[in-house]
Design a protein around this ligand. Structure first.
Ligand code: SAM
Length: 265
């Protein structure tokens, strides 16, 4: 029962993606650690540090002084990135106003995030909320209302990525930041050969042995392969209307992942 995404019509793709994430929700972090040899944690820490959520400079920039940042973490799933951003705002910037909405299309991933949030200081505070939503259309989020939009290892699963980027542009305030971390293209041929071997053989196998689910992890590997290159994705962000700061992206671990940023003018 291979998911066989390549020949699936777009209309069915969303429910298949749903099945994948429902199936991996509880083993999600263990699998991430195994597949990335723990490196995804370092990437996420770095991602959050470069964004510096809750910092006073950016608050001034967005003219919401003293109110903290309004952050939307799309495809936030288990809360991994959201909790890090709140920790950073609180511990590094001594800001207790910054709040995060975790939005995800999958109720099982959200349930896992809610469960995990109980162990954080943000549980049942106004600083953390959950929303079931499709990133491509979020009518409940007003125009120009968000300071920071994050999407980490999520966008490659979206059916219409450009629609999601346009929606990100709509909800961000002028001066607001779009930040995406996603698997990308390895820029060294030799390293790429090693990486491809690892991902195409080891990852589905680890999925089978640890999570009892080879197909979901096969899908994850294929979705990485199909995602646009650093430059192509930067062009899509620009097309949505964003200003591209500097080079527009930063490669992590030789391009296994990349962080893209855009600023709403
Ligand atoms: N950001 C988390 C992390 O890095 O640990 C979770 C990433 S997980 C690989 C991808 C998430 O994207 C899943 O929780 C899935 O439900 C969500 N997703 C897929 N398509 C979506 C869509 N159209 N809108 C919102 N979320 C979506």
């Amino acid at each position: 029962t291979h998911f066989g995404f390549t020949n699936v019509p777009e209309s069915q793709k969303e429910s298949l993606v749903g099945a994948v994430f429902s199936s991996v929700a509880s083993s999600y972090d263990t699998m991430n650690d195994l597949m990335s040899l723990g490196i995804h944690r370092l990437w996420k820490d770095h991602f959050v540090r470069t964004l510096n959520p809750g910092s006073p400079l950016a608050r001034r920039h967005n003219e919401t002084e003293g109110q903290g940042w309004n952050i939307l973490d799309i495809a936030g799933g288990t809360g991994d990135v959201a909790f890090r951003m709140l920790d950073h705002a609180t511990n590094v910037n001594h800001d207790r106003q910054t709040r995060v909405t975790i939005a995800d299309i999958n109720p099982d991933m959200l349930a896992e995030g809610k469960k995990r949030s109980i162990a954080t200081p943000y549980y049942n505070t106004g600083r953390l909320s959950f929303m079931e939503a499709n990133a491509q259309t979020m009518p409940s989020i007003p125009d120009n209302s968000v300071d920071l939009y994050t999407v980490v290892f999520g966008i490659r699963n979206f059916t219409d990525k450009q629609a999601a980027l346009n929606e990100a542009f709509r909800v961000l305030k002028p001066g607001g930041v779009f930040a995406c971390m996603e698997f990308s293209k390895v820029n060294n041929d030799l390293f790429n050969a090693v990486y491809k071997r690892w991902s195409f053989s080891a990852i589905p196998l680890i999925g089978q042995v640890v999570a009892g689910d080879r197909d979901s992890y096969q899908y994850l590997v294929e979705s990485i392969e199909k995602f646009p290159s650093q430059e192509e994705f930067r062009a899509m962000i620009h097309k949505a209307g964003f200003m591209i700061p500097g080079r527009g992206y930063e490669d992590l671990t030789g391009g296994i992942a990349a962080i893209h940023k855009g600023v709403k003018p």
